[in-house]
Design a binder for this molecule. Structure first.
Ligand code: TXA
Ligand code: MG
Length: 317
């Protein structure tokens, strides 16, 4: 566990020397490298076993720094930046040649965000370059919401985890672009569609998949642990047995033993459910006797849309 710490200067030094460091964000922990250094970004792809066609998000501390590595920051997107940064929003902007192609998988656009955790912002301000950081999980597994999650799966492959508490949002950022006069949401996430529409009006939700080359991330199996089935409320009518566990939104099923059920939010709060989602999936994934996870969809509004999107991915094979 001694790879976990709060030493910002040490983390900065490692990154200056082309090392890779896990950083806390309000959404999930990220695995960071100097976004201007091809060789250090390469190490991130290797540590995660991530395919090179899946581009990374670049993390920065200011709109000024964003403007130093992009060729344009359309007013339509700046409006959202002003409303939600620092926070769980990623914007798609045209890149300039400071960003190497490995970061964007050859795309002419770069995904950018300013995260909200204090220590991570302190680190970003110390560095003369932004940080390219995907979620700090092995490719195809659940994103980490605690420093311990990171160490458990990538501990021997990374130099340090700059800890800053658990991820309080618990879902990855919402990814938004602007094309041909239209706002497009490429990934539902920590900022709800409703919150975005309140600022800019109607958006097009185009949750990306491997069939959408524009955003090649989030393959269908991205979050798949074990045999996972997602059902609407009481719909699961299969035969119950000791190997079946249940992930429920707000209420346990009466006819099933309590120890085989995990609740996301007793108070029916979607913000709390989002925060608990990935840790709960991990918890169930780590129970050896659990062979099947039956998950209940949550109400499809607010953060519920992003939660249901992740659940669908968890159940895809
Ligand atoms: O909350 C988050 O976004 C976290 C934290 C660490 O910031 N990061 C994260 O990264 O979720 P990752 O690598 O797991 O997901 C990045 C997503 C991928 O689905 C990728 O396809 C998309 O961003 N992406 C990256 N560049 C893109 C671009 N130029 N156009 C469209 N999508 C892009
Ligand atoms: Mg990820």
């Amino acid at each position: 566990m001694d790879k976990i710490g709060t030493d910002v200067a040490f983390a900065a030094q490692l990154l200056e020397e082309d090392g890779i460091v896990a950083i806390a964000t309000e959404t999930v922990y990220g695995l960071a490298a100097n976004a201007y250094s091809e060789s250090s970004v390469m190490k991130v792809f290797e540590a995660k076993q991530r395919p090179s066609f899946d581009p990374l998000i670049v993390h920065t501390h200011s709109i000024e720094q964003v403007e130093s590595f992009t060729s344009e920051f359309p007013a339509e997107l700046k409006k959202l930046a002003n409303a939600f940064w620092p926070g769980p929003l990623t914007l798609i902007l045209p890149k300039n040649n400071k960003i190497p192609n490995i970061v964007t998988s050859g795309l002419k656009t770069v995904a950018v965000r300013i995260p909200r955790k204090t220590r991570t912002l302190e680190l970003l301000k110390k560095l003369p370059f932004p940080l390219a950081a995907p979620s700090a999980n092995p490719f195809g597994y659940i994103s980490p919401t605690t420093a311990q999650h990171v160490i458990k799966q990538l501990g021997d492959k990374i130099d340090y985890v700059l800890e800053d508490g658990d991820a309080e949002v618990g879902l990855e950022s919402t990814i938004v672009g602007y094309e041909d006069g239209q706002y497009i949401v490429y990934r539902a996430g920590g900022i709800s569609i409703e919150e975005i529409e309140a600022i800019v009006g109607p958006v097009l939700l185009k949750n990306h998949s491997s069939s959408n080359p524009k955003a090649p991330g989030m393959l269908a199996s991205h979050y798949a642990p074990k045999d996972v089935r997602v059902v609407h409320a009481e719909e699961f009518d299969g035969e119950d047995d000791e190997s079946i566990y249940y992930l429920r939104f707000d209420k346990k099923l009466k006819n099933i033993p309590g120890h085989r059920q995990v609740i996301l939010s007793k108070s029916s709060d979607l913000t709390v459910a989002a925060r608990n989602l990935f840790a709960s999936l991990r918890q169930l994934d780590e129970i050896p006797s659990c062979k099947t996870i039956v998950i209940e969809y949550v109400p499809n509004k607010g953060l519920g849309k992003a939660i249901n999107d992740r659940l669908k991915r968890a159940s895809a094979h």
